[in-house]
Design a protein around this ligand. Structure first.
Ligand code: AMP
Length: 192
C-alpha cells in the first residue's frame, strides 16, 4: 500500500490537491474534515458534538477523530493506498496512525506539506466563506484555525522530518504548479 499524509494550514489547498492525487494515482481519499462535515449535514448525534468544536475552529478531541478515522480506514486496507487529508493534526494522532498501520505492516510512505503565507491564507479563506458559506470560515474562527495549526499541527512536520518522510511544496503557486511539484515527489515512489 502507498499511503500519503497531506499537511498544510487551513486554506492551503489540501482538499483540491488531494482530489487531483486520488484521481491520478487511484488512491482513497480520507479527509477528517469532510467526514465530520458529513456527520453535521446528516444531523447525527455525533455531528452535533463535532459542530461545537468545528464552529470555534478548535480541534475535535483525538479519541473521537481516531475512532471515526479508524472505522473508515479499515474498510480500505485492501486498496492501492490512502491519502490522509487533514490527519494527523496532533502528535497523539500521528502516533496512533503509525501504530494502526504498523500492526498491518503498512507504512506512511510520504508526507507532503503544502506551505503557505499566512496573510494570503486569510484572504483565501474569507473568499471561500463568501463562496461556500462554511460555518468555520469567518474572521475570528479563521484566525483561531491558523493559530491551532501553528501550535498543534506544525510541530508534526518535525516528527516526520526525523523519519525522513517529509517533502514540502510551495502552496502559493498555481493549483497546476503545486500539483506538478507533488507529482514529481510521488513519481519517485510509484508510477502514475
Ligand atoms: P478541515 O476541513 O481539514 O480544515 O477541517 C475542518 C475542521 O474539522 C477543523 O478545523 C477541526 O475542527 C476539525 N478536524 C478535521 N480534522 C481533524 C483532526 N485530524 N483532528 C482534530 N480536528 C479535526
Amino acid at each position: 500500500m502507498f499511503n500519503i499524509c497531506l499537511f498544510g494550514p487551513p486554506g492551503c489547498g489540501k482538499g483540491t490537491q488531494a482530489a487531483k492525487i486520488i484521481e491520478k494515482y487511484k488512491l482513497i481519499h480520507l479527509s477528517t474534515g469532510d467526514i465530520f462535515r458529513e456527520e453535521i449535514k446528516n444531523k447525527t448525534e455525533l455531528g452535533l458534538t463535532l459542530k461545537s468544536y468545528i464552529d470555534k475552529g478548535a480541534l475535535v478531541p483525538d479519541s473521537v477523530v481516531l475512532r471515526e478515522l479508524y472505522k473508515r480506514a479499515i474498510e480500505h486496507m485492501d486498496s492501492k493506498g490512502l491519502v490522509f487529508d487533514g490527519f494527523p493534526r496532533t502528535l497523539l494522532q500521528a502516533d496512533m496512525l503509525t501504530r494502526l498501520l504498523y500492526k498491518r505492516r503498512i507504512p506512511i510512505s510520504l508526507v507532503i506539506s503544502i506551505d503557505a503565507n499566512e496573510k494570503e491564507l486569510f484572504k483565501r479563506l474569507l473568499k471561500r466563506a463568501q463562496e461556500q458559506g462554511r460555518s468555520d470560515d469567518n474572521e475570528l474562527v479563521i484566525n483561531n484555525r491558523i493559530e491551532v495549526y501553528k501550535n498543534q499541527t506544525f510541530p508534526l512536520l518535525n516528527y516526520y522530518e526525523k523519519q525522513g518522510k517529509l517533502h514540502r511544496v510551495e502552496g502559493m503557486n498555481s493549483i497546476e504548479k503545486v500539483f506538478e511539484d507533488i507529482e514529481s515527489i510521488i513519481s519517485k515512489y510509484i508510477k502514475g
